[in-house]
Design a protein. Structure first.
Length: 579
């Protein structure tokens, strides 16, 4: 019900809503179920929700309202955009003297009011109302299937739990969750409320264009966050008492061991959402308050991305296309986790996948299934490592080989030797910039003459959020912004930059989608000689700059001036970049 159970209990005790004896009587049941003591008291009908909210309203000097009779009309709806009301679970009531009053169920969630004030640019005050009344009012004010579905599922779960409690069964909640709610072996699996709730979590993530779903048990609540355009955003979360059942359901879907909670596990969920096939890579890690689950959403439609969709400017695209059509050599894509390296490699393979070429990939795991390509999955536990798989596939006479990642000397050595024997090899490395990839390979132990002879080019990349096309508008940058990008204010005086003001299409963020910024390092004879001579990365970088290589920051500047992204985005992802 609220975000701080101990504090709420203290308030209820001081206002004689509960007694210590009553609290002690449900403490054990609450601990077993993972629910808060206050929620347990309300669900077991030992106290009324209105009494709790009344005491909180008195404590915080807020109104306690019955909004069941609220008039739902256009004037009320116009007070607050539907996406904000849905996101923060608040109902607009009225605006007076420039102050908007909203109804909320948790008066201790101060971040909600602060966020609304920031987004709306006006003062916002809260009033308290029961949770179910807020859910009903939201459904009437802003007809939306997601709102109605979520609140309806929670009501259905509450109803099921009440029936079980009245039936007096002796099973604990964990076994009930596995047998009845998860529906692991029952005919009604598709109708179980928890099953539908988990499906709704995935559906909402898909609609929001999330790349990851994070399910995180906290001390007093169960947090759900989506990573949208590279930024984590907290979502409406179910009550903490449902944490165990939800986590178990996702583990069941991912074919994990349900009884194992002490060690990390990995799994995979394949699901179809709105006609789109999605793969979810699922990872669990034990934490102090339960298992944390992260699900990475892999949308197979992303395979259709061509090189122009990645964000290349015309000149960079022409250079990169010439590189991926070379007959042999090693091409590396570098960057941190989440910078789009794998997507770039798949776009490359899609571009050069022709009937007269044999392409084999070695991946851990195979993230996307591509037609016309032989894809091999690594299984280190049975000896199928990158190196072992690479040795085997070279006997299959491929033209092109893609290695998911070069992680050790053995893999790097075989890759470079394969390139020298007439194969075109694509792979990735974790380095901050392109020239550093050479230093990384040498540090692994690859001979400098092999690196110089086999490596053709290295491309470093990052992802920046794109400005939303619906709310995109011009503005005049100040001198500080121009200087922050390393530009001459005099040279760019009067330049027009762009940013998004926030709209329903981009969920008020001003951004929608992401594009890449790139640093392409192409080797020539002089750089090869420098590698033979073991020259440091700074010398290689200096030579590359003489040849016209643009840094990540410089490519980002081009995209700022083209109106693709913003100054703050480029600075965020290129903090360590030196021009």
């Amino acid at each position: 019900m609220t975000s701080n159970d101990d504090y709420v209990l203290q308030i209820l005790l001081e206002n004689n809503v509960v007694t210590q004896a009553l609290v002690d009587s449900v403490a054990t049941d609450a601990a077993k179920s993972g629910a808060s003591i206050v929620d347990t008291l309300v669900r077991s009908n030992k106290i009324e929700e209105n009494d709790v909210l009344g005491a909180l309203a008195k404590e915080f000097g807020m109104q306690f309202l019955d909004i069941s009779g609220l008039e739902m009309n256009d004037s009320v709806r116009a007070l607050l955009p539907g996406e904000l009301a849905k996101k923060f679970r608040v109902v607009p009531l009225y605006e007076q003297d420039g102050v908007l009053t909203v109804a909320m169920a948790d008066p201790m969630n101060f971040e909600t009011l602060d966020s609304l004030r920031s987004v709306l640019g006006k003062d916002v005050e809260g009033a308290i109302a029961p949770f179910k009344q807020i859910a009903t009012a939201l459904g009437m004010l802003y007809p939306d299937q997601d709102i109605d579905m979520m609140s309806g599922l929670l009501d259905e779960i509450d109803s099921d739990e009440k029936k079980k409690a009245e039936g007096g069964g002796g099973e604990d909640e964990e076994s009930l969750g596995l047998e009845n709610q998860l529906g692991a072996s029952t005919a009604g699996e598709k109708d179980a409320p928890i099953v539908k709730l988990c499906a709704q979590i995935i559906m909402r993530a898909f609609v929001a264009r999330a790349s990851d779903i994070h399910l995180e048990p906290m001390e007093h609540h169960f947090r759900i966050r989506y990573r949208i355009d590279g930024v984590l955003r907290e979502q409406e979360s179910p009550p903490r008492r449902l944490q165990g059942a939800i986590l178990q359901r996702f583990k069941l879907m991912a074919n994990m061991k349900l009884s194992e909670r002490r060690i990390p596990q990995d799994g995979r969920i394949q699901i179809k959402v709105r006609g789109r096939e999605l793969d979810l890579r699922v990872s669990t890690v034990p934490t102090g308050h339960g298992e944390s689950i992260v699900m990475r959403i892999l949308d197979k439609q992303n395979l259709a991305l061509g090189l122009p969709d990645l964000g290349f400017m015309t000149d960079d695209q022409q250079m990169f296309e010439s590189l991926i059509n070379l007959p042999d050599g090693v091409l590396l894509v570098t960057g941190p986790t989440g910078s789009g390296k794998t997507t770039t490699l798949y776009a490359c393979l899609g571009q050069i996948n022709k009937p007269d070429r044999k392409i084999i990939t070695v991946e851990d795991p195979v993230e996307y299934q591509m037609s016309g390509i032989n894809q091999v999955a690594v299984h280190a536990d049975i000896g199928m490592t990158f190196a072992a798989a690479l040795r085997a596939i070279l006997r299959q006479a491929p033209n092109i080989v893609m290695i998911g990642e070069i992680r050790d000397l053995e893999t790097a050595g075989i890759a470079t030797e394969a390139a020298l024997t007439g194969h075109l090899v694509f792979s990735t490395l974790h380095t901050n910039d392109a020239p550093s990839a050479i230093t990384r390979l040498l540090d692994m132990g690859v001979k400098n003459f092999l690196v110089a002879s086999a490596l053709r080019a290295v491309m470093a990349q990052r992802l920046v959020r794109s400005i939303c096309s619906e709310c995109r508008g011009e503005y005049d940058p100040d001198v500080t912004e121009i200087r922050s990008l390393g530009l001459d204010p005099q040279q760019y005086q009067g330049a027009k930059l762009y940013k998004g003001s926030g709209c329903t299409r981009c969920n008020q963020s001003g951004y929608k989608g992401r594009k890449g910024i790139f640093e392409i390092f192409k080797l020539d004879d002089e750089i090869q000689q420098m590698i033979f001579d073991n020259r440091p990365a700074r010398d290689l970088r200096a030579r590359a700059r003489e040849m016209g290589m643009r840094t990540l920051r410089e490519d980002g500047v081009r995209k700022v001036l083209a109106g693709i992204t913003t100054v703050s985005e480029v600075l965020r992802v290129t903090m360590g970049d030196e021009n």
